[in-house]
Design a protein around this ligand. Sequence first.
Ligand SMILES: NC(=O)c1ccc[n+]([C@@H]2O[C@H](COP(=O)([O-])OP(=O)(O)OC[C@H]3O[C@@H](n4cnc5c(N)ncnc54)[C@H](OP(=O)(O)O)[C@@H]3O)[C@@H](O)[C@H]2O)c1
Length: 350
Amino acid sequence: MIRVGIVGASGYTGGELLRLLALHPSVQVTVATSREFTGKPISYVHINLRRYYPDLKFTNVEIDALTSRCDLVFINTPPGISQKITPNLIESGLKIVDLSPDFRLKNIEEYRRWYQMDHEAVDLLSKAVYGLPEIHRDEIKNAELIACPGCNSTASILALTPLIESNIIDKAHIIIDVKAGSSEAGRKPNLGSHHPERANAMRPYSVEGHRHVAEILQELSLLSKEEIRIMFVPHAVGAVRGALATCYTWLTQDDVDENMLRRIYAKRYGREPFVRIVGEGLFKYPDPVNVVGSNYADVKATQYEKKGVIAFCAIDNLIKGAAGQAIQCMNILLKIDEKTGLEAPPLRPI
Ligand SMILES: NC(=O)c1ccc[n+]([C@@H]2O[C@H](COP(=O)([O-])OP(=O)(O)OC[C@H]3O[C@@H](n4cnc5c(N)ncnc54)[C@H](OP(=O)(O)O)[C@@H]3O)[C@@H](O)[C@H]2O)c1
C-alpha cells in the first residue's frame, strides 16, 4: 500500500481526492490536513464520506508527520503554500502531486507576473512535470514533482492539441471561451462566489488577464513551432461543477472538412483512456453535464463555414480538472493501470 497525505484536505479538490481514493486498491490515506478543522473527523466536513474514513482526523500541516507517514503527498492549497513545503518533502524522498499553481510555470518571471508574488523554490520549477497525461505521460512516469494543470487549462489544451499538432490552424489567432461552475473557486466564499451572488450568473471575469493564460500558452507553445497567441475569457455560470472550453480559430488549409477533423481527433485521442470524442446524435457537442462525476474529457472539433474551426472540451473541473487528473498522474507514477480508481461512469442526470 502506498501511504498518501493530502495537504488541504478540507477543500473541494481535497474532498474529491478523499472520495476517489477511498476505493483505490493501492493507496491508503494516512494524513489529511486542515488548519480550521484540526482534530475533527473527515466526515465533519465531507459528510458524503461518512463510514469511509472512520479513523482519520484532520491534522495541522506538519512536515515531520508527512515525511514519516507518507510516501506521496497531494497538495491542494491556494497559490504560494506548496512552494514553502514541497522542497522539504522532496528532500525526504516523497513524491509530490501538486494541484496548486506553484510549479506549473517554467518561467519564474511569468510566475511573478501572474501570481504577483515571489517564489521560494525556483530550483524546482525545471524539475516539475506538467501533469497532463495526454501530453506528458512519459515524463510523469519518472517525476518527483508533478504540477497538475488548472481546470480551464486542461479543457483548453485538450480541445486545441490535435489542431495545433496537425498544423492546420492559424496559431496566432485563437479565441478561447471557458464557462465554469462555482466549485472552481474553492470552498471559501467571497463576494463574487457566494451563492446568492453567483447562482444564476453568466459572468465574464478576469477578462484583462486570467492566470491560466500563462500555462495554456506555455503548453501549446511546446506543441507548436510557431508563435501561439490566444484571447482567453472565462465565464462564471450558475452550475456547481463543470468546465466547457469553446475555442475558435481559422484554418490555414483549403482541404479540411469534417471527416478530416474527425480523423485528426480520433488519431490523437483514440488510445487515451479518459478522452472521448463526441459524435453525432442527440447531443452533438461536448457538455459538462455528460462528464460530471467522472474523469472523462469530452472533445470535438467542427468546421465553421469554409475557413473556421471550433474545438470544444467539457470536463468536470473537480475531477479531470483536478483530483481525477492528479490520481491519473499518481497511477502513471506508481506504474499501475492509469485507470485505477477512476473508472466510475459520469452521473446523469446531475
Ligand atoms: N476548484 C477547482 O476546480 C480546482 C481545479 C484545479 C486546481 N485547483 C487548485 O487546487 C487548489 C485547491 O483548490 P480548492 O478548490 O480545493 O480550494 P479550497 O476548497 O479553498 O480548499 C483549500 C484547502 O487548502 C487549505 N489551506 C488554505 N490555506 C492554507 C495554508 N495557508 N496552509 C495550509 N493549508 C491551507 C484549506 O484548509 P485550511 O484553511 O483549513 O487549512 C483547504 O483545505 C488551488 O490552488 C486551486 O487553484 C482547483
